[in-house]
Every structure is written in structure tokens, then in C-alpha cells.
Ligand binder design. Structure first.
Ligand code: ATP
Ligand code: MG
Length: 1144
């Protein structure tokens, strides 16, 4: 193992050195020989000239600003550096980013990336590169991508509002930014938090020569559409705005403000700004620009006092319309000041300078608060929603160290921040490291370096520090000014080696003309900076007149209102707001704590020239930076020191798999384990040292080798685990399969057996059923046979019995026949005997009669002989008469005994015995009938008699003449069929009739014109026939019976009657009537009798199949015929010109 790993280690080492050596110059300054300032700079220059802008000092990256785009940041480059060891490839910022990201992801250590360097050195670009690399290498997915996009898009927004062109950097960050990117356990970004440090707000109102205001102002004017600018009350020309005219610098050619404006807008959109929010932000920017154009002048008032007023109201209206504020309120807020004293409000007018100061203060506050609001709004969008444990990577990009011609409070703050960062670097890379060697008892020769802690002390000491002095002066009552502050500094700090002032105690500077009297100078780690104290107090106080804050709060613009909460009258607080210095100290202290808690990764940016030119390498400038950054010391410490250190326990834990003696468990002390491990790996003893609690590894390549070996071993172990797992999984799978197979086999066997059993069972059942069938059939056959036999037997027995029976019957019949025969015979015999007897008796009788006859004849003959002489002449007639009389007498007697019943309808009559009696017989029959009728009539009363009279009359009229008649004979004539008395409809008719009614019935009058029927009530009285409407009782026709000239009927069974009217009657005669009456026989009979009773000759009655009628002077023939099919009981009438056909 030892020899293989050794050879393997040397191979990796060779590979690494080959990679490093293939670079131009020396990729890692630690390998630089000899190490002097010249060789250091030379190496940097050599690499810079070959576009190798990155060089390592161990794990620290030196980044030279190329000032030109390099083709080393493509996605391919990202892929190249992804998951590769730090020293494996040429130095690159991606390697640092990758190292930090992997440590964060794999070793669960929070990271921070500290990017330092002076203004224009490339810090912001470096931070963006780090962020874009991390975004590119972490996993993808809709949610993750959105988070990444939001994090990345925060840069353009913050740059637009927080960066500006300075003489050192066209895109200089004018604020400090620390961004915590938060990851989940897998290394996917969840979100982040941005912390911003003091924005250089004075730039809003004042820019040095050649410098510009914040980018957003130019972007808005260049990129805003005409309509947007019109709505924001803006002019496209930058020269129209005082705040953009001051620097007098021209915009950078390469910068496309219009395009950048759209980039900013798009970025805001991606982050999640609503359209209203974007609009509000732009309105605020427009307000600042317009406010900047406000100028003031003194106006004399009548009381002799001067009053400050706006020089021109131009722009006031625009600002106020954007703010949603009354113009007077704004003007008053800018030109006067209200002081509250003892519950009294005193309003004083500001003079012109104060008004300008107020305007600037308002603009600076508006803008800086807008910037803070923006950061807050971005944080709201990118903040992590889940409460899971997070890993954090902090990226620090603050404004770089800067020295201007005139440096003020802002530069003081910027440089203080850089001083503090340098302190962190020194603390961790130079001081702490060397102290650790001593602590760990590792052999170490101290390397000297400059520790800037004294400068930090000069600035931040809570009692004697410049910031403390400034605060003290600001809070001190009485006449305080920037001068008093400087005096105080001179008094307190002039003894400090890094503090210089003309007015101080140090005589060296008394005549130093480079140091103005109103200034002090600090020897910063990066150079001497002279600060003018003018404005220090003001800027530190950070005060804004309450009139202004209240006016802003009163505005209807929601964003403005929200960023001036102290303007709310209810919230008025007399507490001073914290000073800028104290705020800065607090936030810097927080930042330091935060950075020290994380694993630092350094990117040290160096500016190759101060012209922002590509391919220009100013050695002096670079050397200055290398010096103040302490890079040489850094290399020395690195070279003498150890690249890597780790506690024995974690180290053994991390690498124990590389040696069979330590893997899988080491039972002894961790230190001994690490020693065994390193020895076994064949790492030379010079490469490492044992500290008290940590192992120190000198060369990064050794670590690289260890990591590589570990990676490979991990792969082997992973393979082993995989193998074992796969074996186990396969075994499990096999066992599962086997178990499954057993289960399946069991089920199959069960199923098979069941199937077999079922088949066998089915077969058996089949056999059984066949057998049973066979048996049954056999049984059936037997039974059938038995049945047949039984039937046969039955039949036979039946036949036998039948035979027997028949035989018996035959016998019986024979017997019977015989009996009958005997009876017959006996009957015959007896008959014969009887007949014989009868004959004998008849013979005897005949003989007796013959004897009697003979006797009679004899006696007759004797008598005749006796009396012949007496009666001979009349004897024949007398005998004849006697016989006739005797016969007649006997006939009559018999007729008397056989007379029929006395009913006249009885037809029975006995037959006549002798022909000569026929006539007498018929006459007797007739006589008898007449007698019966007479007897019956004698029983009649008058009513009955009248009925029979009517019936008799009817008979006379219709008997054998009309087919209907026989049907009516048995029906009594009722007369009144309508019951007029009790019919309310016919009450009119009732009232009209005076005479007694003979007949009333519903009849149908046949219309003369068309033969159709209409219902009428016919009423017959002794004198007239009335036809009235059947519904209303309205009399339609009133016909005197004396006018009836004749009646015509058919011989058929119909009830139609033609009433012929005499033609001589009065005018209005319409002709004859045709009436259909259900009781026609009765009606005609009664009419006949009524006319007869009146003494008139009854009208002739005609019964014919065809008769003429007069219809209004026209003769119409009414012809009857028998219909084959009857439609109802009424006859159907059809009139055809002069023919009325009636089908009956
Ligand atoms: N890696 C790089 N490749 C190409 N150009 C670069 C690179 N780094 C920086 N630059 C150029 O240098 C300019 C200044 O860089 P940058 O803004 O990052 O400086 P800085 O250190 O942030 O300065 P300040 O402290 O003023 O903000 C950039 O605008 C860009 O033109
Ligand atoms: Mg920057």
C-alpha cells in the first residue's frame, strides 16, 4: 500500500507541478525563487502581460485588473474548474470560488470571500464572477434557477443606484456590500441577505471634477421613453439638471446608459419589483433631479426683514405633482425652520445658504433612504423562506481604498472600512498563523509584518479614537464646528504616529504645506490621506430639519412617505438619531464578527495602472499595492509556514482510509494515528510537523496529494460499498426472487394440484355421472321394461279383463239379449197372446157386434119386415136426418166441451169432423170470436175505449200498408212525450197553448232547401199542429189542421211524414212540411182523428215509395229507398234539385 500510494502520490505531485509550471511565470508566489520585491513584481508583470491575471499565494488569489474582457470566464471554463482541486489548474478566481463552494457543501463550513483592493482594482467584477460561478455549478431546477437569477440580478440594480463614475473607476461602488448567500444541505442556493454600508450620499448633490452622479440618473434620462420622461416631468438632456452638471465629466463612451436602464428595469422585474414600485422609485429619482434645480434668493419683506424664496417656481410644480404635496408646503419646508421651545413654535426664515443646504440635505436623504429601501426590498425578495439549517457563503465587496485630491468624511469612512479589512487579513493570515505556530510549539522563525491595528485603534478607539472624538463633538452642547472638532483631534491624537496635523503638537508638520490647516492626515496602511474636516460634523450628525421630514411625510407619494417615518407628527422624537460614525462602528464590528466566524477566502485585487487602461503595468503603482497589502509577508509566512493544519482527530478521521493500519478504526491516540498514516503514505518528514493539537502540512501539494488519494480511496471504498451493497442487494434480490419463486411455486403447485384435483374430480364426476347415467339408464331401462311389462301386463290384464268383461258383457248381453229375446219373445208371445186374445175379443166383439148387427139387422129386417108395410115410404129420409142430427148433436157437444179461452187473440179452434160441417164450423168459430170480443169490450171503460179507438183507427189507416205499423201495435199511444209542463225550456210554449194537447214529441223538420234536419218540438192540439224550437220553445210554425190537405208516408219503416198544405191558405205559405217523427203512426192517427172529430173530411193518406211535395211553389219528389247500410235510426235526406232522396 505504502509503495503504491507513494508512487501514486509522486505521480499526482508531478501532475500538479506540471500544471503549475506550465503557466507563465510562477502560478503560486510561494514557489517564487528568489523571493524579492523585484521578482514578485516581475512575476506579476510577466503573467499580466500574458493575460494571466490571477496568481496564488497559497490559497490567496491575487487578481490584476486586466481592464479588458478576457476569454476565461466562459461556461467551458466554469466546467473546467468545477470539482477540481485548487492547484490542479492554472490560478483562477473560479478555483477559489470552487474551493469555497465545495468546502461549504462537503465540509459544512460557512465561507466568506473577502475581496479587497483599492478603487478600480476589480473587486465588484470579482464578486460578480464568484457569484456567477457558484450559480453555474450548483444544481438546476425551476425554483433554484429563480433564486439564482434573483441573487444575480440584485447586482445591476444596486450598481445602477449605488455605483458612479469616479476618476479612478468608471463603475465605482459608492457603498459597501456584504452579501450572505444561503444554501441548503445539498448546496442549492435558497436565498440571501444583503447588508449595505454607508452610501456616499454627498455624491447626489456634489461631484468632484471629472466625476459623475450615480448611474441611475443618466440611465433614466437616456433610456426612459419620451412618455415616461414626460410623466416624470423630466428633460432628456443631462445638462438641464444642476446635479448632473457639476462633475463636468463626459460619459464613458463604452457605457450605454439607455441599454443599462433596460437592464436595470429588467433586473428589478426579475427580483420581483411590481410595476408600481419601479415607477415609484423612478419618480423619486426624478424628484431628486428636479429638486437639484431649485435655487433661492433673498426677498425683502415690508417689515425690513429678508425672506428667502425660490428664485423661480419652475420645477416646484413638477416636484410637487410627483410628491403629491402642496407647493407652498414644500417651499416653506425648504425656506424656513420651526423650532419648538417650551410648547411654543417659533418659525424662523432660513437664509439662502441654509435653504440650499436644506435642499441638498433633502436630496441626499431622499436618495440614500431610497437606496436603503431598495436593499430592503431586494432582501424581501431573496430572503430564505424555509426555516431549515442553512450554510452561508458571504461575499464582501466594499468600496476600495481611495485617495482623492480632496478627501472628506466619506473617504474617511471608506478608508476606515478598508483598514478594518486589512486588519482581518493580517489577523488571519499573518498574525494568527504565526501565533498558532508558537502556540502549537512548531519550530518557527517569526516573520515581521506591518500590523495596521494601530491605525484602526487611532480611528475606532472608544475614548481617544477619531470617530469617538467626532461623536463627542457632535453631541457636545455649545458652539461646535468642524474646526473645534479638528482642534480636539489635534489635542488628543497628535501624539499618534499615524496622525498628522499642522496644528498638532508634532513640530514636523508645522510647515508642511501639503497639509492644509483645516485638514488632518492619516497614514493608512495603503498610503497617507489628507482629510478636510469641513462637513465632518454635519455628515456625522446626519440631521434633517423636522420641517422637511414632516413635509415629506405629508406627501401623498407612498414610497416617500414610507421612507420618512419620523415625519409623522405622532412619532415626533426629540432623541437624536445615531450619528453616522456610531452607526458605522456598529455595523463594521458586526461585519468583523461575521467574517471571523467563517472560513475566509481571499481575493486581493490589484490595479495595474491608474489610467484604467488595458495592458499598462505601472510597476510603482503595483509595488505600492503589493507593499501595503503585505503580500510579500504573506508569501514569506506561507513559504516558511504550513499550508494546512488540522486537529489530529478530524485529520485522522478524514484520511484514515488511506492506510490499512488506520482503517477502519484506529484505537490509539489520534496523533499517533496521523503519524502512522503519514509514514505509511511515504510523505517525507519535511512536509509536515506535529503541533500540540494539530498536524501542520507544509506544502499544498501534499494536501492535494492527500485529497487526491482520499478521493481515489473514497472511490474505491464507494466501489467496495457499492460492491457490498450490490452483493447484498443482489443477494436480497436473489432471496426475494427465491422466496418469490417458492411463493409462486407454492401457489403454482397449489394451483396445479387444485387444477389436477379439479380435473380428476371432474373426471370422476364425469365417470360417476356416466356410471350413474348408465346405472340410471339401466334402471330406467329396467324400469321402462318393468313399466312396459307392467303396462303390457296391465294391457294384457286389461285386455284380459276387457276380454273377460267383454266376454262377461257378451254373456251378459247374450243373457240380456236372451233375456230381452225371451222378454221379446215373451212379449211377442204375450203380445201374440194378447193380440190373439184381442183378436179373439175383437172377433168376439165383431162377432157380438155382427151378432148385434145381424141381430139388429135381423130385428131391423124383422121390424122392417114387420113395419115395412107401415114406414116404407119415409124411412130413408128419416134415418138420414136422424143420423145427421145425431152426428151434428155429437159434434156440437164435443165443441162445447173443447171451446178455446175467451181471449180474442187466442187462435185455437178444434177441427171439424165431417166435411159437411165446415161452413158451420167456421161460422161458429167467427161467432165465438165476435162473442169473445164483445165480452171483452163490455169490460172497457171510456179511456180504454178511446185508446182502442185510436189503435183501431191506426189499424185502419196502416194495417198492411206500412212496415213500421206492426212494430207499434203493442206500444200504447202515450200522447205527451215531451212533458211540456215540467220542461222549463218549453215554458213559453206551455203558456201559449190554451187547448188540451193530443200529442207532443221531438220531431225533425226537413229543411226544404237542402234536406238537412232541424230539431223541433211538435205539439198537436185538436185544432192545430205547432212546431216550436226545441231549445227555446219559440213557436216556428203554427199550422191549423183544417189547412192540412193531405198526408204522405212511405210504406217503409221510417218515420217521415209529408204534410201537404192546402194551397189556398194565406200568404206566407212556404209549402209542404217534411217531418220525421219517431211516433209517426200515433201522430198521423191523432191528426186524422182530430180532423175527423172537428167534422171535416180527414185528409187523404197516401202511402207510396215516391210522392210529390210542394216546396215554396216548386214541386219536389220525395223518393224513398231501403238503404243497405243504415247510419243511425233517422232516415238520411239528400236533396238534389227537385228530388229529395230519403234512405231508410
Ligand atoms: N476580470 C476583469 N476582466 C475585465 N475587466 C475587469 C475585470 N475586473 C475589473 N475590470 C474592469 O475594471 C473596472 C473596475 O472594476 P471594479 O468596478 O470591479 O472595481 P472595484 O474594485 O469594485 O472598484 P471600486 O472600489 O471603486 O468599486 C470594471 O468596470 C471593468 O471594466
Ligand atoms: Mg466596486
Amino acid at each position: 500500500m505504502g509503495s503504491t500510494s507513494r508512487s501514486h502520490g509522486s505521480r499526482l505531485e508531478q501532475k500538479a507541478s506540471a500544471l503549475l509550471d506550465s503557466a507563465v511565470g510562477v502560478g503560486d508566489m510561494v514557489l517564487l525563487e528568489p523571493l524579492t520585491e523585484e521578482t514578485f513584481i516581475h512575476n506579476l508583470r510577466q503573467r499580466f502581460e500574458h493575460d494571466n491575471v490571477y496568481t496564488y499565494i497559497g490559497s490567496v488569489v491575487i487578481s490584476l485588473n486586466p481592464y479588458k474582457p478576457l476569454p476565461i470566464y466562459s461556461p467551458q471554463n466554469v466546467e473546467e474548474y468545477r470539482n477540481r482541486n485548487f492547484y490542479e489548474l492554472t490560478p483562477h478566481i473560479f478555483a477559489t470560488a470552487d474551493e469555497a463552494y465545495r468546502s461549504l457543501r462537503d465540509q459544512d463550513r460557512d465561507q466568506c470571500i473577502l475581496i479587497t483592493g483599492e478603487s478600480g482594482a476589480g473587486k465588484t467584477e470579482a464578486s460578480k464572477l464568484v457569484m456567477s460561478y457558484v450559480a453555474a455549478v450548483c444544481s438546476k431546477g425551476a425554483e433554484v434557477n429563480q433564486v439564482k437569477e434573483q441573487l444575480l440580478q440584485s447586482n445591476p440594480v444596486l450598481e445602477a443606484f449605488g455605483n458612479a463614475k469616479t476618476i479612478r473607476n468608471n463603475n465605482s461602488s459608492r457603498f459597501g456590500k456584504y452579501m450572505d448567500i444561503e444554501f441548503d444541505f445539498k448546496g442549492d442556493p435558497l436565498g440571501g441577505v444583503i447588508t449595505n454600508y454607508v452610501l456616499e450620499k454627498s455624491r447626489v448633490v456634489n461631484q468632484a471634477r471629472g466625476e459623475h452622479n450615480f448611474h441611475i440618473f443618466y440611465q433614466l434620462l437616456a433610456g426612459g421613453s419620451n412618455s415616461l420622461l414626460a410623466e416624470l416631468q423630466l428633460d432628456r438632456e443631462t445638462s438641464a439638471y444642476a446635479f448632473l452638471r457639476q462633475g463636468q465629466g463626459t460619459r464613458v463612451e463604452s457605457v450605454d446608459d439607455a441599454k443599462n436602464f433596460h437592464v436595470t428595469q429588467r433586473a428589478m422585474e426579475v427580483i420581483g419589483f411590481s410595476t408600481t414600485e419601479v415607477r415609484s422609485v423612478l419618480e423619486l429619482v426624478a424628484m431628486v433631479l428636479n429638486l437639484g434645480n431649485f435655487t433661492f434668493r433673498d426677498v425683502s419683506r415690508t417689515n425690513g426683514m429678508d425672506e428667502c424664496r425660490l428664485t423661480s417656481t419652475k420645477g416646484l410644480q413638477e416636484v410637487c405633482s410627483l410628491l403629491g404635496l402642496n407647493e407652498d408646503v414644500l417651499e416653506k419646508a425648504l425656506t424656513s425652520r420651526t423650532v419648538e421651545a417650551k410648547m411654543e413654535k417659533v418659525c424662523t426664515t432660513l437664509h439662502v445658504a441654509q435653504a440650499h443646504y436644506a435642499r441638498d440635505a433633502l436630496c441626499k436623504n431622499l436618495y440614500s433612504r431610497l437606496f436603503t429601501w431598495l436593499v430592503g426590498r431586494i432582501n424581501e425578495s431573496i430572503k430564505v423562506k424555509s426555516k431549515l439549517r442553512k450554510k452561508v457563503m458571504g461575499v464582501l465587496d466594499i468600496y476600495g481604498f481611495e485617495i482623492f485630491e480632496e478627501n472628506s468624511f466619506e473617504q474617511f469612512i471608506i478608508n476606515y472600512c478598508n483598514e478594518k479589512l486589512q486588519q482581518v487579513f493580517i489577523e488571519l493570515t499573518l498574525k494568527e498563523e504565526q501565533e498558532e505556530y508558537v502556540r502549537e510549539a512548531v519550530k518557527w522563525i517569526h516573520i515581521d509584518y506591518f500590523n495596521n491595528a494601530v491605525i484602526c485603534e487611532l480611528i475606532e478607539n472608544p475614548q481617544t479614537g477619531i470617530l469617538a472624538m467626532l461623536d463627542e463633538e457632535c453631541l457636545r452642547p455649545g458652539a461646535v464646528s468642524d474646526t473645534t472638532f479638528l482642534e480636539k483631534l489635534n489635542a488628543v491624537c497628535s501624539g499618534h504616529p499615524h496622525f498628522e496635523s499642522r496644528m498638532g503638537r508634532d513640530a514636523r508638520f508645522l510647515n508642511d504645506t501639503s497639509l492644509p490647516r483645516d485638514s488632518f492626515r492619516i497614514q493608512h496602511y495603503a498610503g497617507r490621506v489628507t482629510y478636510r474636516v469641513e462637513g465632518f460634523m454635519d455628515k456625522n450628525n446626519n440631521l434633517l430639519y423636522r420641517d422637511i421630514t414632516q413635509a415629506m411625510w405629508a406627501a401623498s407619494h407612498p414610497l416617500v412617505r414610507s421612507i420618512f417615518p419620523e415625519g409623522c407628527p405622532q412619532r415626533v422624537s426629540f432623541k437624536r438619531p445615531p450619528t453616522a460614525a456610531s452607526q458605522l462602528k456598529t455595523s463594521v464590528a458586526w461585519l468583523m464578527r461575521n467574517l471571523l466566524a467563517k472560513n475566509p477566502n481571499y481575493i486581493r485585487c490589484i490595479k495595474p495602472n491608474d489610467k484604467q487602461a488595458k495592458e499598462v503595468f505601472q510597476e510603482q503603482l503595483v509595488l505600492h499595492q503589493v507593499r501595503y497589502l503585505g503580500l510579500l509577508e504573506n508569501v514569506r509566512v506561507r513559504r516558511a509556514g504550513f499550508a494546512f493544519r488540522q486537529q489530529y482527530g478530524p485529520c485522522l478521521q478524514r484520511y484514515k482510509m488511506l492506510c490499512p493500519l488506520t482503517w477502519p478504526h484506529w484505537d490509539g491516540e489520534p496523533r499517533a494515528g496521523v503519524a502512522v498514516l503519514l509514514t505509511e503514505l511515504g510523505i517525507s518528514k519535511e512536509e509536515y510537523a506535529f503541533g500540540v493539537s494539530k498536524i501542520f502540512i507544509k506544502n499544498p501539494r501534499t494536501l492535494f496529494y492527500l485529497e487526491q488519494a482520499r478521493k481515489q480511496r473514497m472511490q474505491e471504498l464507494a466501489t467496495l460499498i457499492q460492491k457490498t451493497f450490490r452483493g447484498w442487494a443482489t443477494k436480497r434480490h436473489f432471496q426475494c426472487m427465491r422466496h418469490s419463486q417458492v411463493v409462486i411455486a407454492r401457489f403454482f403447485k397449489g394451483y396445479y394440484r387444485r387444477k389436477q384435483y379439479q380435473e380428476t374430480r371432474a373426471a370422476i364426476l364425469l365417470l360417476q355421472s356416466c356410471l350413474r347415467g348408465w346405472k340410471a339408464r339401466k334402471l330406467l331401462k329396467d324400469l321402462k321394461l318393468q313399466k312396459l311389462q307392467h303396462e303390457a301386463a296391465t294391457i294384457i290384464s286389461a285386455h284380459w279383463r276387457g276380454y273377460q268383461a267383454r266376454k262377461l258383457l257378451k254373456n251378459m248381453k247374450l243373457q240380456k239379449r236372451r233375456h230381452k229375446a225371451s222378454t221379446v219373445i215373451s212379449a211377442y208371445w204375450r203380445g201374440y197372446q194378447a193380440r190373439e186374445e184381442l183378436r179373439r175379443l175383437k172377433e168376439e166383439e165383431r162377432r157380438r157386434r155382427a151378432v148385434a148387427v145381424i141381430w139388429a139387422y135381423w130385428r131391423g129386417m124383422k121390424v122392417r119386415q114387420e113395419y115395412r108395410k107401415y114406414f116404407r115410404a119415409n124411412a130413408g129420409k128419416t134415418i138420414y136426418d136422424f143420423v145427421i142430427i145425431s152426428i151434428t148433436r155429437r159434434y156440437l157437444l164435443r165443441l162445447r166441451d173443447n171451446l178455446p179461452s175467451s181471449s180474442p187473440i187466442e187462435r185455437k179452434w178444434s177441427a171439424y169432423p165431417y166435411l159437411f160441417l165446415e161452413e158451420a164450423h167456421l161460422q161458429l168459430k167467427n161467432l165465438h170470436h165476435l162473442w169473445r170480443c164483445k165480452v171483452l169490450r163490455a169490460t172497457f171503460d171510456d179511456g180504454r175505449k178511446a185508446i182502442y179507438d185510436e189503435k183501431l183507427c191506426a189499424s185502419e189507416l196502416f194495417y198492411n200498408k206500412k212496415a213500421l205499423y206492426p212494430l207499434t201495435v203493442s206500444q200504447p199511444f202515450q200522447g205527451d212525450y215531451v212533458d211540456i209542463n215540467n220542461n222549463p225550456k218549453l215554458s213559453k210554449l206551455f203558456d201559449l197553448l190554451q187547448e188540451p194537447r193530443l200529442f207532443s214529441d221531438v220531431v225533425y223538420k226537413i229543411n226544404r232547401a237542402n234536406g238537412k234536419r232541424s230539431t223541433r218540438v211538435a205539439v198537436l192540439t185538436a185544432k192545430q199542429l205547432i212546431l216550436a224550437d226545441s231549445k227555446s220553445g219559440q213557436v216556428k210554425t203554427q199550422l191549423s189542421l183544417s189547412d192540412v190537405g193531405g198526408l204522405s208516408l212511405s210504406p217503409l219503416s221510417d218515420g217521415l211524414i209529408g204534410v201537404h198544405i192546402k194551397e189556398n191558405i194565406a200568404a206566407g205559405w212556404k209549402g209542404d212540411f217534411l217531418i220525421n217523427c219517431n211516433h209517426v203512426i200515433e201522430l198521423v192517427t191523432k191528426m186524422h182523428r182530430a180532423i175527423q172529430a172537428s167534422g171535416d173530411q180527414p185528409p187523404p193518406l197516401q202511402l207510396a215509395n215516391e210522392f210529390p211535395v210542394q216546396f215554396g211553389g216548386e214541386e219536389v219528389v220525395v223518393r224513398f229507398h231501403q238503404a243497405t247500410q243504415r247510419n243511425g235510426t233517422l232516415p238520411a235526406c239528400r236533396k238534389k234539385s227537385q228530388l229529395l232522396e230519403v234512405s231508410v
